[in-house]
Design a binder for this molecule. Structure first.
Ligand code: MN
Length: 258
């Protein structure tokens, strides 16, 4: 199995290293990852600047660092590392959760989206940390992934779909299992903070405290809060089919009254 691994925390990130160590047991791994952290870049791609690719020394693994974003890394990877294509794109393991609306901001998820667009089975992996600054249990993610590799890699997927996996950042023995979930909601409070620079001019910093909604059964947020690994099938077909039918009906009526 030919595997391309990327992330949005940069090529030196511990989560990427732990993912490579698991994946290389199951196939031939090539790493193409950003040269620095690029979290929350979403599905951006670099178009106005050249991309530079540097070989990155990695014992027994072909690896490249790119001065770009996860999307760039997947596309450059399919040019430089796997010009004849590959069988699996793995993105992560991110040093924080990608739950609910996070997936629209996430560079980790964008790596999996780009793999999917290229027709390759893709999986985004994240450690769901609950307390800021607490240690991230990458070893839990690695153990869980090793034990559930074939379940994930052989899961039925549709052409436009990929898997978004969040592993609770707790001791492995505390993991209660896994759940197949739907996208939940995460609400941020005080999203934009106003501060002052030394000259008294205001500046703004986005971040904010996450208020997790844990009372929605079946969601990714609920699963990780309960100590389960969350596996969400995400589709790149963003069309709201139910609304489309409803719109067709309502707009036909409007049309008929003219
Ligand atoms: Mn990240």
């Amino acid at each position: 199995m030919r595997i391309l691994i990327t992330n949005d925390d940069g090529i030196r990130a511990q989560g990427l290293i732990s993912l490579v160590e698991v994946a290389r047991r199951f196939g031939e791994v090539k790493v193409v990852a950003p040269d620095r952290e690029r979290s929350a870049c979403g599905h951006s791609m670099t178009m106005r600047d050249p991309l530079r690719v540097t070989e990155h020394k990695w014992d027994g693994v072909e690896a490249y660092e790119v001065n770009g974003l996860p999307v760039d890394c997947v596309n450059v990877g399919l040019t430089v590392a796997w010009p004849d294509g590959c069988d699996l794109v793995l993105s992560g393991v991110n040093n924080g959760p990608n739950l609910g609306f996070d997936i629209t901001y996430s560079g980790t998820v964008a790596g999996a989206m780009e793999g999917t667009i290229n027709g390759i089975r893709s999986i985004a992996l994240s450690m769901a940390l609950f307390v800021s600054g607490a240690p991230i249990h990458y070893e839990t993610g690695a153990t869980w992934l090793r034990e559930n590799w074939s379940m994930l890699v052989e899961a039925p997927l549709r052409p436009l779909s990929f898997l978004n996996v969040n592993i609770p950042s707790i001791e492995f023995v505390e993991i209660r299992g896994h759940r197949v979930t739907q996208m939940g909601q995460r609400v941020y409070q005080d999203r934009v903070e106003v501060r002052q620079d030394p000259w008294g001019r205001p500046y703004y910093w986005q971040g904010g405290v996450v208020v997790m909604e844990t009372n929605q059964p079946g969601t990714d947020v609920q699963a990780v809060s309960d100590g389960f690994v969350s596996i969400s099938p995400i589709s790149l077909d963003w069309t709201d089919q139910a609304l489309r039918s409803e719109l067709e009906q309502s707009m036909r009526r409007v049309d008929a009254t003219v």
